[in-house]
Design a protein around this ligand. Structure first.
Ligand SMILES: Cc1ncc(COP(=O)(O)O)c(C=O)c1O
Length: 408
């Protein structure tokens, strides 16, 4: 039995009370984005209703208050990731922008023609395309470590790809389309023993369990606020201070400078060097509220409940004739990707939607993964700590309904 009072916690999320087509909403699309608790909604609306101001500018009461709240959120992120210093926490628009920042700033500075970047076959497009762009610009080479039929990284093949030419490993911690949890601790150790820095795509990892960037010893870690019950449009790039200091700015503009003349501009200190322009003040404040919320509940408690749901959901789905699970790694997060024989995932998604069940169908921004499993798309139920076994039963019934409609 999980330690969470899920029914009580569900009341924190106004969206969970919605009805669609007159039926209670069953929201199983949490890997795409999570619902927001009232405390996050309140923090954002409080800023707009009673505290709107820009940050790091001027001396008036409101700007000082907004700056205090904004920098307070940075400290919440630092504590959440156990980073050594708040200077290592850069606010971005999301995981995607964090990875692009590293590709363009670190990559264009330190990588040259012939250098290699190693990723895996199961990456989200946002951990593929920024490197492809860099490769076009700098002439470096992108290599993808293969996976097996379960959707697990093939360790020996990964190790074989680490050569004297490898300049960076960029790897997904938890796959959004398979649920695979990669052995990032070992990956980082192996890469570091060869002097290779590692970027961890933590978009799905921050809700999988506690993250400690110092224990991981990763060089960069990226995540998005909206996947951890925070607002959209805000994300984090963690980077080791020495590395960040060695990197040039990603964008130029206000706030990232120390002084500007037409002859010469000097840049601000970390983290501001990487935060050009007015930042997403409300979203940063909302993210701080979200991180405080999840820490009060406890990521371990959430993880234990989701593990139970994963086992239960796997049983529900695999007991349905014609269902094939895509992604059956031994170490898995609460992502249930599947196809049903005789029904296209989009048709399935449409029918279960009519029953009030929101699942994701498509390639999940992981087309190479879909190609590997020889499917155009999958249906994906991705679970949060506020989901229940009853909701998974409703999903099961909705799939049976779709099978009836399609005589599958
Ligand atoms: C594993 C993974 N990486 C990166 C991303 C990109 O995140 P965002 O769109 O918030 O930048 C996602 C989003 O689904 C993801 O699941």
């Amino acid at each position: 039995m999980s330690a969470l009072n899920v029914q009580k916690l569900r009341q924190d999320f106004p969206n969970l009370g919605l009805k669609v087509y007159g039926k209670p909403l069953v929201y199983l699309d949490n890997a795409a984005t999570t619902f927001k608790p009232q405390c996050v909604i309140d923090a954002v609306s409080q800023y707009y209703a009673q505290g709107t101001s820009n940050v790091h500018r001027g001396v008036h009461f409101l700007t000082e208050q907004a700056t205090k709240d904004f920098e307070g959120s940075r400290q919440s992120v630092q504590q959440f990731l156990n980073a050594k210093s708040a200077q290592e926490i850069i606010f971005t628009r999301g995981t995607t922008e964090s990875i692009n920042l590293v590709a363009q700033s670190f990559g264009r500075t330190f990588l040259k023609a012939g250098d290699e970047i190693v990723i895996s076959h199961m990456e989200h497009h946002s951990n593929i395309v920024p490197w492809q762009i860099l490769c076009q610009q700098a002439g470096c080479i992108l290599k993808a470590a293969p996976m097996n039929e379960k959707g697990e990284l093939i360790w020996d093949e990964f190790i074989r790809l680490l050569t004297p030419k490898t300049r960076l490993v960029s790897i997904v911690y938890v796959s959004n389309s398979l649920g695979t949890v990669n052995p990032v601790v070992q990956i980082i150790k192996e890469a570091h023993s060869r002097g290779i820095p590692v970027l961890v795509d933590g978009a799905q990892a921050v809700t999988y369990g506690p993250v400690d960037v110092q224990a991981l010893d990763c060089d960069f870690f990226a995540f998005s606020g909206h996947k951890i019950f925070g607002p959209t449009g805000i994300g984090i790039l963690y980077g080791k201070q020495k590395l960040l200091e060695s990197m040039p700015p990603y964008q130029g503009g206000g706030d990232m400078i120390s002084s500007v003349t037409f002859a010469k501009t000097t840049y601000n200190v970390l983290p501001y060097k990487f935060e050009a322009g007015t930042p997403a003040v409300a979203e940063v404040i909302g993210l701080g509220a979200a991180l405080n919320y999840v820490q009060a509940i406890g990521l371990e408690n959430m993880a234990a409940h989701k593990k139970e749901l994963l086992l239960y959901g796997t049983k529900v789905l695999t007991s349905i004739p014609g269902v094939r699970m895509i992604g059956t790694a031994k170490e898995k997060s609460s992502v249930l990707s599947f196809v049903v024989e005789g029904i296209h995932p989009h048709d399935l998604g449409t029918i279960v939607d009519q029953e009030g069940v929101a699942i994701r169908t498509g390639h999940h921004c992981t087309q190479p993964t879909m190609d590997f499993f020889k499917v155009p798309a999958t249906a994906r139920a991705s679970l949060a700590f506020y989901n229940t076994k009853e909701e998974l039963d409703i999903l099961g019934k909705a799939i049976y309904k779709a099978k009836e409609v399609f005589h599958a």
